[in-house]
Design a protein around this ligand. Structure first.
Ligand code: TPP
Length: 323
């Protein structure tokens, strides 16, 4: 696998930013200062980063209700995101989207989405536009194991195949849809196999290992950019927090969270692999931790001090013009 030391450091920086952003949010939400629903992505960082490291600035992604990781991995401004989650007027969506609806069209981040299964149709539209313009862009839909059961996802996969659209369906199988286990909710449990049955090539990979995700995504992106049609990847991953903040997680097995945090933490796996193969020094990784921690501290400080939108602001940005 070809990846430079700088690119590895950047990938680690992104994963660590997602982790610290979310751990901090987990604490800050308890203060009552943040309104609305928040779904944390922590545990799944290797997927967002391993996918987005292969994307160009002009490629597009669509996210889910668990969108912070995808936004950060696609290059959205971290302070702007924190301001947004605090509902501030200078947030990335002027404080009107909150945690679940962060979008940054400039960065190719077409939006987090409160509608489960909402991303795949959007991404097929973006992929078809890219095909029409012939500009070589591709589009990625992140979806959960729950979203793989939605009719919108089936229709999107079928349309992508029949139109040979440059779309990638990235299924993050974290084993739960809200509080329902995948063994109960997903018939056959073979999500990649479902995608294959629509006529596209599909891969399965351990989503907790950045190196495996990165390597697999290299093949997937090459396949799609070469015009060989859409593709799907099923990532076996883990959700460290509850479905939403405040979820008591009674449905999880005894010791399950402690076990996945010990054995399946993508940050630990990254550090161990980097040390074993002598890819990046511990000193450099520790320096990144410090840099990210300072950024998160500042973003929370600024968000607390910033002003919310005014009553008049409610009437602006109701519609937007994409052209
Ligand atoms: C169309 C629709 N149906 C139901 C819901 C309620 N809902 C919100 S999140 C969720 C579970 C999604 O599970 P999954 O796709 O596996 O994503 P994860 O939460 O595991 O990241 C459901 C059913 C919704 N938001 N939209």
């Amino acid at each position: 696998m070809q990846i430079s030391e700088d690119a590895l450091k950047q990938a680690y920086r992104q994963m660590k930013t997602i982790r610290m952003f979310e751990e901090r949010l987990h604490d800050e939400i308890m203060t009552g200062e943040i309104a609305g629903f928040t779904h944390l992505y922590a545990g799944q960082e290797a997927v967002a980063v391993g996918v987005c490291e292969h994307l160009d600035y002009n490629d597009t992604i669509a996210s889910t209700h668990r969108g912070h990781g995808h936004c950060i991995a696609k290059g959205c401004d971290v302070k702007g995101m924190m301001l947004e989650i605090y509902g501030r007027a200078n947030g990335i969506c002027k404080g009107k989207g909150g945690s679940m609806h962060i979008a940054d069209i400039e960065k190719g981040m077409l939006g987090a989405n409160g509608i489960v299964g909402g991303g795949p149709p959007i991404v097929v539209g973006a992929a078809l536009a890219a095909k029409l313009y012939g500009d070589g862009r591709l589009a990625v839909a992140f979806s959960g194991d729950g979203a793989c059961n939605q009719g919108t996802t089936f229709e999107a996969m079928n349309l992508a195949v029949v139109t040979n659209a440059p779309a990638i369906f990235a299924f993050e199988n974290n084993h739960y849809s809200e509080h329902t286990g995948v063994s109960y909710a997903v018939g056959s449990e073979d999500i990649a196999g479902r995608a294959e049955s629509f006529g596209m090539k599909a891969w399965r990979v351990d989503g907790c290992d950045f190196f495996k995700v990165y390597e697999t995504m290299g093949e997937v992106v090459d396949h799609v950019r070469a015009g060989k049609g859409p593709a799907a990847v099923e990532f076996d991953t883990e959700r460290f927090f509850g479905h939403f903040e405040g979820d008591p997680q009674n449905y999880r097995g005894e010791g399950e969270i402690a076990r996945i945090r010990k054995e399946r933490d993508c940050i630990t796996i990254f550090r161990e692999h980097a040390a074993k193969k002598k890819l990046v020094s511990k000193k450099d990784l520790d320096a990144i931790d410090k840099e990210v921690s300072d950024l998160i501290d500042k973003s929370v400080e600024e968000s607390r001090a910033a002003a919310p939108p005014t009553a008049e602001d409610v009437l602006t940005d109701v519609y937007i013009d994409y052209i």
